[in-house]
Design a protein around this ligand. Structure first.
Ligand code: NI
Ligand code: MN
Length: 227
């Protein structure tokens, strides 16, 4: 059974794998042009990479409506419990856990993680998902880090990388990240949501194709690919 990955704009993804639906950083209603309605999203698990509002997004509303379990670092799951979310699974950087759908490891991200109410959000993270069809690396909001070389050693089928610059890696560093990660496929994210992170994803994809062996795929919000 194929794993289907849908970009929901900004850093939000839906991953359907073996009958389980995962959402990553479901910031939907706050986007200038949301690609879907929050009310129509299904979820069994919601993975939240860090505490910033453009990643926490609509997690509470979706978790309360669907009964989804939120996976995040300990400080962020603590915050969600205080928001009334009952099912959470805390992890932390470097730690992996075998969830029913597959193993999830939290990876380092060089960024901040303050939560919307000002409380401490621990360290920001990315996610390494070990799924039956291959490993997916969601970098989260991060600058370029040599740790990506270690992550790449695990064998990455699909990398989801920010290219927006200003708050995260820009196109140049994201290209260097592809060279460290050596993924089979790469999808850019965290760009063009606002003028401050405006980028040309197709120009970036061309550079990836010219300088690496990775297949760069530019999705429009709402579009999917299959592993
Ligand atoms: Ni952020
Ligand atoms: Mn962000």
């Amino acid at each position: 059974m194929a794993t289907k990955v849908t970009w929901l704009g900004h850093a939000a993804f839906q991953i359907e794998t073996s009958g389980t639906t995962l959402l990553i950083d479901p910031f939907i209603s706050g986007q200038p042009q949301p690609p879907c309605s929050v009310d129509e999203l299904k979820a069994d698990y919601i993975l939240v990479s860090h505490g910033h509002a453009d990643h926490v997004g609509d997690s509470v509303a979706i978790a309360q409506r669907t009964g989804a379990t939120i996976i995040a670092n300990y400080e962020i799951t603590d915050y969600f419990q205080k928001q009334g979310v009952t099912k959470v699974h805390p992890q932390h950087i470097g730690g992996a856990f075998q969830h029913p759908f597959g193993r999830v490891k939290l990876t380092i991200a060089h960024h901040g993680s303050g939560l919307p109410d000002g409380s401490y959000g621990g360290n920001p993270a990315g996610f390494l998902l070990y799924l039956p069809e291959g490993n997916i690396y969601f970098a989260g909001d991060t600058g370029l880090t040599l740790d990506m070389q270690l992550i790449g050693e695990e064998g990455i089928k699909l990398a989801l990388l920010p290219i927006g610059d200003n708050f995260t890696m820009g196109p140049d560093d994201a290209l260097r990240a592809v060279k460290l990660l050596k993924p089979e496929r790469v999808v850019p994210m965290h760009y063009n949501t606002w003028p401050l992170i405006e980028q040309d994803p197709n120009a970036w994809a061309e550079r990836v194709r010219a300088e690496t062996s990775a297949e760069a795929i530019v999705l429009k919000p709402g579009e999917s690919l299959e592993l």
